[in-house]
Design a protein around this ligand. Structure first.
Ligand code: 13P
Length: 334
């Protein structure tokens, strides 16, 4: 795999006015989302729901790629076309979540480290053959009174760097995702400090593991006050703090940054992204890789009538993609 091909894929992922839809919920996570709206968690319902999302008419107007879960990459449309082929045929780059999820970090109560490095090389080789061209690994950094510890941040950065190097060896663009979790009563300054130290550690580890930044995408969390913080922040404050944090930690050679929504409302996720792009020019394209903020409305509608609301649910996916695509250009109007 050439450096040029990795860089080309990375650039296509953050093409102007386009972003990524994250539909890579593990079977346990989608079970929670389905339970929330009363849908039974069967393999066929998971397949049908992912088809609804991926077959949204004209999705590629605003979507460059989609992140799938292992099961979905092996599934097909009702007409028998493998999802990866359907996506490639419709201008959507197939991506795959490859981590095995966070596990408690021994000796550090309340902290987690993401697992999944064992056997990863062989899995990536297979995913490439199945059509994936980028991969995602999510690290989870929790904030509370005495956490995160330096040990937790270093352990997660090390795993992210090893994963990223393996991805590039196998021809996949690594999307590195260190998610600083919104839960908690901490203020926005605490989130800033934690995000800053996390990103510094991550880019140090990527450098030490010879990861090519030109062929890497950062999936970042925004700098926000905790969900139960006494003082919430304005859209402008969140955008300014996030930009300042990224500018002081992320090298300009990175082809792009996409954000996770992390539990923000659909409207907030779009407004924050839009504000950051209006404050530009920035060193990198800033776009989205939203899961919940892309899907929640569609899932709710679909659950109310699996047959008659199918097209309406797809329409909401398109509308969310359009709003966020415009926000990636700083052109969204509420
Ligand atoms: P949310 O946008 O729902 O946070 O999901 C994005 C994602 O892929 C988290 O890993």
């Amino acid at each position: 795999m050439s450096i040029e091909q990795l860089a080309e894929t990375a650039q296509a992922m953050v093409a102007a006015g386009k972003g990524i839809i994250a539909i890579d919920e593990s079977t346990t996570t989608i079970a929670k989302r389905f339970a929330g709206v009363g849908i039974e968690n069967t393999e066929e319902n998971r397949r049908a729901y992912r088809e609804l999302l991926l077959a949204t008419p004209n999705l590629s107007d605003y979507i460059s790629g989609a992140i799938l879960f292992d099961e979905t990459l092996r599934q097909s449309t009702k007409a028998g076309v493998p999802f990866a082929k359907h996506m490639a045929d419709h201008g959507i780059i197939p991506g795959i979540k490859v981590d095995k999820g966070p596990q408690p970090l021994a000796g550090f109560p309340g902290e987690v480290v993401t697992e999944g490095l064992d056997g990863l090389r062989a899995r990536l080789e297979e995913y490439y053959k199945l059509g994936a061209r980028f991969a995602k690994w999510r690290a989870v950094i929790n904030i509370s009174d005495d956490i995160p510890s330096g040990t937790c941040i270093e352990a997660n950065s090390h795993a992210l760097a090893r994963y990223a190097a393996l991805c590039q060896e196998q021809g996949l663009v690594p999307m590195v995702e260190p998610e600083v979790i919104m839960d908690g009563s901490h203020d926005i300054d605490t989130c800033f400090e934690v995000t800053e130290v996390t990103l510094r550690s991550l880019f140090g580890a990527l450098y030490e593991h010879s990861v090519l930044l030109e062929g890497t995408i950062l999936k970042a969390s925004m700098v926000l006050p905790g969900t139960t913080a006494a003082e919430q922040a304005s859209v402008e404050d969140v955008a300014a703090a996030t930009l300042q944090c990224l500018k002081s930690t992320v090298p300009a050679t990175l082809p792009g940054i996409v954000f996770l929504s992390g539990g923000q409302s659909d409207e907030d996720a779009t407004a924050h992204l839009n504000a950051m792009n209006q404050m530009g020019p920035n060193p990198w394209p800033l776009s989205f890789s939203y899961g919940r903020a892309m899907q929640s409305a569609a899932l709710k509608l679909w659950s109310q009538d699996l047959v008659n609301n199918y097209a309406k649910a797809q329409q909401t996916v398109y509308e969310r993609a359009k709003a966020n695509g415009l926000a990636a250009l700083g052109q969204w109007k509420s």
